[in-house]
Design a protein around this ligand. Sequence first.
Ligand code: SF4
Length: 726
Amino acid sequence: MYGQETIVPTMCASHCGGACLLKVHVKDGVITRIETDDGEEPQLRACLRGRAYRQRVHSPDRLKYPMKRVGARGEGKFERISWDEALDKVAVELKRVRDTYGPGSIALARMVGDAHSLHTMGPISRLLGLAGGHVVMWGITSFHAGVYASLVSYGTFFASNTRDDLLNSKLIIMWGWDPATVINGTNTCWFLAQAKESGTRIVSVDPRYTDTAATFADLWIPIRPGTDTAMLIAMAYVMIKENLQDQRFLDTYTIGFNQFRDYVLGAEDGIPKTPAWAEAITGVPAATIEKLAWEYATIDPAALMAGIAAGRSAGGEQYHRAAIALAAMTGNVGIHGGDAAARAWESIMGGYPYRVRPMLAGVDENVNPLAQGIPSKKKVPLGYRENSIHYTKLADAILKGKAGGYPSDIKLLYVGGCNYLTQFPNINKIVRALQSLEFIAVQEQFMTPTTKYADILLPVCTYMERNDIAFGVGTAFIGAVNKVIDPLGESKSPLQVAVELAKRMGIENFMDKTEEEFLEDLAKRSGVPNYAEFKKEGVYKFKLPEPHVAFKEQIKDPANIPFRTPSGKIELYSQAWAEMNTPGLAPIPKYVEHWEGRSDPLARKYPLQLINTHFKRRALSQFDNIPWLRELMPQAIWINSKDALARGIRDGEMVRVFNDRGEMIIQAKVTERIMPGVVDVPHGAWYDPDEKGVDRGGCVNVLTSDTYSPGGSFTYNTGLVEVARA
Ligand code: SF4
């Protein structure tokens, strides 16, 4: 009502690893203030990004009108046009490319954007499918290795406990896990704080002394990137040698321990995987490895929280497989206070006792004719598929097409929910690929680096300008994303864009429900008892009698409730992987020396290992342009003082970071909080090249490789660089 302030509850879920309740104050169509959950526990309290969201909604940089490009691609020169003109042009181009080159010439570059159910890129994917198809892409950006390893080992990726179960742990090992930054469940740090207060021992294994480690850990163990598997296997060695493993658990619930033991002890290859062996690889002292192995095997129960960052590497699958093997060896699977160690990120798909699957399904995308009948070349879901393109290879596929062994020659790219020219590896190759396309449509809220390459720009609204549903992360709840204000300017919701395009493409069966019908139905199918109340509160919190523990049923009743693997047991040895016979995917967890590690000859030229961690003031690349948040911390490369001294670099100076793939100029943060030999450029800063093509925005992906791991993981944390004074 005009002149009156109202407070609208809504749910932020900015693909940050959390989902939080916001109470948004609105007056005359303007957001004036944002508060957060102060109701019943568990409270879902917002972080700095959610609380700063009004600056994002009302940013002068918001794209409010459709535009067409009038300058060169990448130049950022656009001219306002009408929605009719924009949508007509996109529809005409989609039809032209489909009819001229075939549907495989159309590719969709998508990510999650907001972690919602309806206004995702699902509707556009459905539209393209119904319109004849689009080239099939595969690979999960954040955690492919973790999901794949979970499927192989447990037969499911629903493998997580609710976060409140951390209160039952006596030991928490945070392996590459930094929830103070990556959230990993809105309340994760709250539970860590309570666990610490009650005396739980907390250990961090990480190349960086993270904020989570600084706040909660009793011990920080720095480890070289890409060597986690070696340390985990050496811990297994200690347990076997000292007979610390839970043999009853292994005999009852697993297969393959004997083969794993033979490898660990060296019976298979003549190399015992001793702590000394691992020290040379990992940089972690043998005594430290031995002590942690003892602790994990003897402190009961213990949760090994296997973060997904270490899985985003050249050997990522085996890291997750090794973590799972240790969880089984210590009998920590399926019990309160333990953890299946599958991947510590999950929880939206954590297999909780509420019906999350309908929400994950969203609109029906299973309509792409090009995806029908593609044989899964591997026996395990998520493995390599024929006639498809891994997401890391999209730019390569655009540049090389069929002649390069890809399934089609891509001519048109539709981008949405995705800052492709910042978030994907090997940016300089992506730039060349984008220049070569016949047509690019981008739907966005801001003039991102990717948007500058659009031929037609379709402005979409923020989640505060539409309705949706978000789901619980780490805690069992469902969030009502309530529209707070009308869409600004002429911006439309992602669903509206797809519906309008569908009309122009002659598709009549696009949606059989209105937005509201869809959301109400979804909420009810997901277990929300009263939709009106849910909308009014902005959240429905499920009351669980006790913390949810993955695989509790299988552990309690193994005779009747098998694991969903081919053998019905936790597969430490995977027959499916054995039959695939893929280098790097050994059927038991094994450490394999990978490319661009410390032993790679390339390390003589580029001696520093590059990792890219998440950054508090961004959620991936979202929020990078929000002034309040930019004030908080500068984008900077973390470099150890030893490495800085050797290069004459002082804290705060500008430095060059480079390898054969690219170069950037960025501020140096000289710190003891990262181990020597490793540098970190926080992920998600927008690509901003100067006239020589040198990035000035701090976009780490000018340096990363577009190579994926044997199982399909992105390899963001595998790479070598050199740093020098600018
Ligand atoms: S950005 Fe993430 S953690 Fe922050 S308020 Fe939004 S959902 Fe919560």
